[in-house]
Design a protein around this ligand. Structure first.
Ligand SMILES: Nc1ncnc2c1ncn2[C@@H]1O[C@H](COP(=O)(O)OP(=O)(O)OP(=O)(O)O)[C@@H](O)[C@H]1O
Length: 573
C-alpha cells in the first residue's frame, strides 16, 4: 500500500486518466491536512468535509448538478470525467435460513415406516434449510449502476442486504471486498447508504425542510449551517427537485409532491453525506415509467459523481435499461445472467433462445427464466450455461479484477473531492471512525424539532392524541379512585403504576421507530423489529400483570377499558 503523504503527487501515483482529476488530486495535500505521513482511515474520515477546500469555498465539492426545468427536460450538468476507481467485488455469497416445518403425526409415521430412524433425522434437517443465495459472485464499480433483476422471491433484496452487511454475521458465506480489501462493517456504515423501499417521510414538511433536517441530523456539528444549507441546495438540484422544493411531502389527506418526487426525497435523505456506495431496494417500485426513469436518471448522476450504485429492480423499461451498466439476473437465489445489457442478446442466442428483434431484451429474459422455473428441469441448464459462459469470459479478460488503487488511497482521494460529508467527527482518536455524525442529544433535539414542526402543522392530529391521553387518564382516575391502605389497595396502586407506565409508553411509541430509523439507519429494519418485539413483550407482561393484580375487578370492565384506550391488549388475551 502506498503512503498517502509521500512527496510525489498523489495523482501521478494513482494514474488518473483525466487531466482534471489529476489537477484536483494535486491540489490535495494530505500531509498538510492530516499532519503525518500515513493517516489511518479513521483520520481520513475525521477530516471529511475539510480537505481539499480552497479558501472561500463554502461547500463540499459536488460534481454533478442536474437542473430539471419546468418541463423536466432541461438537464444542465456539470459533469466530470469518470472519477476515482472503486470496485466492490463479491464472491460465492451463500445464505441459507432454517425454516420451520409443521410436522404432522401421519407424515412422521409414514416416513418412519419407509425410512430408517437415522435417515429420517438427516432428511428432516435438510428440508428445514432454505437457500436464499447460492454462490453469487460479481463486481460493481464506481460510476456505474449495477441492477439486480429477477422475479418476485428470486432473492434480489436478500442479495442487496448481503452486500450492505444487513445479514447477521456468520449466516452469510463468501466474501465482499472493496478494492480487493475485506470490507469492515464499521467502515461500510460510514461510506455507504441504504435506501429502503418504503418512504418514511413527515407529510407536513416541505422537501427543502425534510432535506435540511436530514442535513442537521447526518452532517457533523462542525459543519456550519450555511454549508449544510448549501449542501441541501446542491442536493435539491442533483435530485431534480427544484420546482418541488417548497412543496410539502403530503399524504392521503394532504396534497403534496408526486410519487417520483417523494422517492427522490427519500433517496436524498440517505445520500445527504454523499456516500461512496449506495444500495437501493427497488427504488422504482410503484412509480409510473416516466417517474421511474427520472429516479434512475438521478441514480446515474449519483454514480457518475464517483459512487457505486447497487439496486434491485423488477421490470425496467427499455429507457431505464439504457441507464444501467451491469445486470445480475437471479432465479431462486442463483445467478442466471450477469453482464452488461448489451451482452444479453448474444448470451441468450448462445443458450439457444435468440431474442427476437424489437423485443425488450430484459422482458424476454425474465419471461424465459420464468418459463424455465416452472418447467420440469427448472433453471438448472441456464445456471450451468451461465457458469461456463463466465469461465470463458474470465479467461478472456484478466483486467476485470484489478483497480490498481488501495482502499485507503481511493477513500482519501474521494474525500478530497467532497465525498462522505458526514464522516467527520470530533473524536481525536486516530484509530476510530465515527459511526454517527452527531451525539445522541443533538439527534434528539433535531428529531424533536422536526416532530413538533410536523405536529404543529397538523393540529387535528395533535388534538386527537391529547384527547386520547386525557380520556385514558380520566378512566384510570375513576378506576383507581380512593384506594385504601389495605394489602389489596397497595396491590391496586402497583396496578395503577403499570397502567400509567403503559399509557406513557404507547403515547410516545409511534415516535420511536422514526428515531430508531434515523439513529440506526443501516440497521433500521432490525431495530424496528426489535422495537416491535419489545413492544409485544412489554404489552404481554403488562397484560399478564394487570390480570393478576385486577383479579378482583370484573374482567369485562378490564376489556372495555382496554378497548377504549386502543392499546391492542385484547389481541394478546
Ligand atoms: N427469513 C426468511 N426465512 C425464510 N424465507 C425467507 C426469509 N427471508 C426471505 N425469504 C425468502 O427468500 C426468497 C427471496 O426473498 P427476497 O425478499 O430477497 O426476494 P425478492 O426477489 O426481493 O422479492 P420481491 O421482488 O418480491 O421483493 C423469498 O422466497 C422469501 O420468501
Amino acid at each position: 500500500m502506498s503512503c498517502i503523504g509521500s512527496e510525489r503527487s498523489i495523482s501521478s501515483r494513482l494514474g488518473f486518466s483525466s487531466r482534471r482529476q489529476a489537477i484536483e488530486m494535486d491540489d490535495y495535500d494530505p500531509q498538510n491536512s492530516i499532519g503525518q505521513l500515513s493517516p489511518t482511515l479513521g483520520e481520513l474520515l475525521k477530516l471529511v468535509g475539510d480537505s481539499s477546500r480552497k479558501e472561500g469555498d463554502q461547500t463540499p465539492v459536488h460534481h454533478q448538478v442536474i437542473e430539471m426545468g419546468s418541463n423536466n427536460t432541461t438537464i444542465t450538468t456539470n459533469l466530470e470525467a469518470r472519477s476515482l476507481p472503486f470496485v466492490l467485488s463479491f464472491t460465492n455469497l451463500t445464505y441459507s435460513v432454517k425454516v420451520r416445518r409443521k410436522m404432522e403425526f401421519s407424515t412422521c409415521f409414514r416416513r418412519k415406516n419407509r425410512l430408517g430412524a437415522v435417515d429420517e433425522t438427516v432428511d428432516v434437517q435438510s428440508l428445514n434449510s432454505k437457500v436464499l443465495l447460492n454462490n453469487i459472485s460479481g463486481q460493481a464499480r464506481d460510476g456505474e449502476i449495477m441492477a439486480v433483476l429477477g422475479a418476485s422471491g428470486s432473492g434480489k433484496s436478500t442479495l442487496i442486504d448481503a452486500l450492505a452487511n444487513r445479514i447477521a454475521k456468520g449466516s452469510l458465506k463468501g466474501s465482499v471486498k472493496l478494492n480487493g480489501e475485506p470490507l469492515e462493517s464499521r467502515l461500510l456504515k460510514v461510506i455507504s447508504a441504504y435506501v429502503m423501499q418504503d418512504d418514511l417521510l413527515y407529510p407536513m414538511l416541505t422537501v427543502e425542510e425534510t432535506l435540511m433536517f436530514s442535513a442537521e441530523f447526518r452532517l457533523p456539528r462542525s459543519l456550519s449551517k450555511s454549508k449544510k444549507k448549501a449542501r441541501v441546495q446542491a442536493l435539491i438540484d442533483q435530485l431534480g427537485l427544484r420546482n418541488a422544493a417548497k412543496t410539502v411531502i403530503g399524504d392521503e389527506g394532504h396534497r403534496g409532491v408526486s410519487g417520483g418526487e417523494r422517492r427522490r426525497v427519500s433517496i436524498g435523505i440517505d445520500i445527504i453525506h454523499d456516500p461512496i456506495i449506495l444500495f437501493l431496494d427497488e427504488p422504482t417500485s410503484g412509480l409510473d415509467s416516466t417517474s421511474a426513469f427520472m429516479v434512475v436518471k438521478v441514480l446515474q448522476r449519483i454514480a457518475q459523481s464517483g459512487s457505486i450504485v447497487i439496486m434491485s429492480i423488477h421490470q425496467p423499461s427499455y429507457r431505464i435499461i439504457g441507464l444501467l451498466d451491469r445486470l445480475i439476473f437471479l432465479s431462486r437465489g442463483q445467478t442466471v445472467y450477469s453482464g452488461t445489457p448489451a451482452n444479453i442478446p448474444g448470451y441468450f442466442a448462445e443458450f439457444g433462445h435468440p431474442i427476437p428483434e424489437n423485443e425488450n431484451r430484459t422482458e424476454f429474459a425474465l419471461d424465459l427464466i420464468r418459463e424455465l422455473e416452472v418447467s420440469p428441469g427448472g433453471t438448472k441448464s441456464l445456471v450451468e450455461f451461465h457458469k461456463s459462459w463466465m469461465n470463458l469470459k474470465s479467461s478472456r479478460k484478466s483486467e476485470f479484477d484489478r483497480t490498481g488503487l488501495s482502499l485507503k488511497d481511493a477513500i482519501s482521494a474521494s474525500i478530497s473531492r467532497g465525498k462522505l460529508v458526514s464522516g467527520a467527527t470530533n473524536n481525536n482518536s486516530s484509530s476510530t471512525m465515527a459511526t454517527f455524525a452527531n451525539p445522541m442529544w443533538k439527534e434528539i433535539v433535531v428529531l424533536s424539532k422536526r416532530s413538533i414542526m410536523n405536529s404543529w402543522r397538523l393540529p387535528e392530529l395533535f388534538g386527537v392524541r391529547l384527547g386520547a391521553v386525557m380520556v385514558t387518564g380520566f378512566i384510570l382516575a375513576t378506576m383507581f379512585w380512593k384506594l385504601d391502605n389495605s394489602p389489596r389497595g397497595i396491590q391496586e396502586r402497583i396496578g395503577f403504576f403499570a397502567f400509567a407506565m403503559s399509557t406513557t409508553y404507547y403515547t410516545c411509541a409511534d415516535a420511536l421507530p422514526v428515531f430508531l430509523q434515523e439513529r440506526f439507519i443501516f440497521m433500521r429494519e432490525t431495530a424496528y423489529n426489535a422495537y416491535r418485539r419489545s413492544s409485544y413483550c412489554i404489552s404481554r407482561s403488562i397484560t399478564a400483570y394487570s390480570h393478576t393484580s385486577f383479579s378482583s375487578v370484573d374482567s369485562s370492565l378490564t376489556e372495555i377499558e382496554f378497548q377504549i384506550t386502543g392499546f391492542g391488549f385484547i389481541s394478546f388475551h
